[in-house]
Design a protein around this ligand. Structure first.
Ligand code: ADP
Length: 461
């Protein structure tokens, strides 16, 4: 089995070429052989007719002496072929050379019996020797047959010459076609080799490089373009991963350094129990933040790896929303924000209750966090056709248009300083989006800076 594609292509090309060449040569050779034999038969027939005319003339001159007339006609014909003979019916009158072959007499017999020209190929000891034509004609009431035979040597020589040319031409042409085919396939596959070399040089360090195949053919261009698109996607996800890791490490560092700093200060000298309590409270706070962040990161990493199996159960979404509102009631009243939860009927839903709780908590958390004191937050739950709509609206600071395209990105925070002070990691909305999508839903928002924001989650029932 040939492994090389180039050699395989060339071999197929050669095989096809050889079959075509041999087929065409056989066809041409057959045509030529038939043509030559036909020409010989025509020449034999015309010579027989001429000789029969001569014989008729001589018969007149020799007062009906058929053998003498035949001998005269034969000598006058000066026939350069192998044989010329005149028969009266089947009886030989005269011949240029001895008519000793059975096949010759048979053809004369055929012509005499059928009263039409007959032809035969004469072979001796298995070798084709001559071609004979017997021409029947009538003078008065008597019937004669003129036999003409000519050696096939010249025809055979001509055919042998053609065969010789073909025997030499076939390997020669195959050689030229093979070399040509090989060069051609090498040339047309060269861009593939070039592409492979370039692809080999691309690693995770230079994923921004692209294959360049110059002015290659359409088919290879399609391949190169698809490969380049794949590279772009890989590059993008590598970049996202790198950013994710960098951002995650950055976020983990802050609470950790607060914890370490606090512990270092507390342990540097003897403190009062009040001071220890204060330090421990700070450490506890930061540790909570840390575990929240790690939970978020774990969730997102699992979601990315496709490892999250939703724990689907049936529950009432209105109960869940009421629960979540209760969680934030305290935080809202501390900030002097009125928090309202609106829903009319029981809305049964099949989904992952824990994840949906997370979604609602994140939205409510944001709404309260980004709404100044005196503002209002409204959470509304309703069914719209076959969908459930969860809306969380606030009268907060709003989202500036330049931030709008980014707020669902991981670690994106509208205003770094403000958000940090407020304690967000920039992961809340990416988690909301992922939860909504994993429930075959979607999340969107409308916002007017300075007036408020409304997040809408649509879930399929
Ligand atoms: P964060 O932890 O910073 O709140 P999120 O992913 O929840 O992260 O939100 C990303 C950014 O979107 C926030 O930093 C904030 O700028 C903006 N944002 C989210 N919710 C609101 C809202 N209700 N009002 C105004 N801005 C919001």
């Amino acid at each position: 089995m040939i492994k090389s594609f180039r050699l395989q292509l060339t071999a197929w090309y050669l095989l096809l070429f050889a079959v075509l060449f041999v087929g065409f040569s056989l066809f041409l050779y057959g045509l030529l052989a038939r043509g030559l034999h036909k020409r010989l038969d025509e020449s034999l027939s015309s010579q027989a007719r001429t000789a029969s005319g001569l014989f008729q003339d001589e018969l007149g001159e020799h007062n009906g002496d058929a053998p003498a007339a035949a001998a005269e006609a034969i000598s006058e014909m000066n026939f350069r072929g192998a044989l010329l003979a005149v028969f009266a019916e089947k009886t030989l009158l005269a011949a240029s050379t001895a008519v000793d072959d059975r096949a010759l007499l048979d053809v004369v017999g055929q012509a005499a019996a059928g009263q039409r020209e007959a032809y035969a190929t004469i072979s001796r000891r298995g070798k084709t020797k001559a071609r004979a034509a017997a021409y029947p004609f009538q003078i008065g009431s008597r019937r004669y047959v003129l036999l003409v035979a000519e050696s096939l040597a010249a025809t055979r020589e001509e055919l042998a010459l053609v065969r010789g040319v073909l025997y030499v031409a076939l390997p020669l042409f195959l050689l030229i076609a093979g070399a040509g085919g090989f060069v051609l396939t090498t040339r047309s596959l060269a861009p593939l080799r070039w592409m492979a070399e370039q692809a080999r040089a691309i690693t995770d360090k230079n994923l921004n490089r692209r294959l360049d195949i110059g002015a290659a053919h359409e088919e290879l261009r399609v391949l190169a373009d698809s490969f380049n698109e794949l590279l772009s996607r890989l590059d993008q996800s590598f970049e996202t991963m790198r950013r994710f890791v960098a951002d995650a490490s950055h976020e983990l560092r802050t609470p950790l350094s607060v914890i370490r700093g606090e512990a270092d200060v507390a342990l540097a000298q003897d403190r009062s129990s009040g001071e220890y309590q204060e330090s421990l409270a700070i450490i506890q706070d930061e540790a909570r933040r840390l575990s929240r962040l790690i939970d978020d990161l774990l969730n997102l990493a699992r979601a990315d790896a496709g490892h999250v199996n939703l724990r689907v159960e049936e529950f009432y979404l209105n109960d869940l929303l009421a629960d979540c509102c209760r969680v934030f009631q305290g935080a809202a009243s501390v900030k002097n924000i009125s928090l309202e939860c609106l829903f009319s009927d029981d809305i049964a839903f099949r989904g992952d209750q824990e994840l949906l709780r997370r979604l609602m908590l994140n939205l409510l958390d944001n709404a309260i966090r980004y709404t100044p004191p005196g503002g209002k937050v409204t959470a509304k739950l309703e069914t719209v056709g076959s969908e459930v709509r969860i809306q969380v609206a606030d009268t907060g600071i709003g989202i500036p248009p330049e931030a709008a395209p980014h707020i669902f990105e991981r670690f994106y925070r509208g205003d770094q300083a403000r958000s940090r002070q407020n304690g967000g990691f920039g992961l809340g909305l990416s988690i909301v989006k992922w939860i909504a999508e994993s429930h075959r839903g979607a999340v969107d928002f409308t916002s007017l800076p300075g007036e408020g924001t409304t997040f809408t989650v649509l879930l399929h029932q």
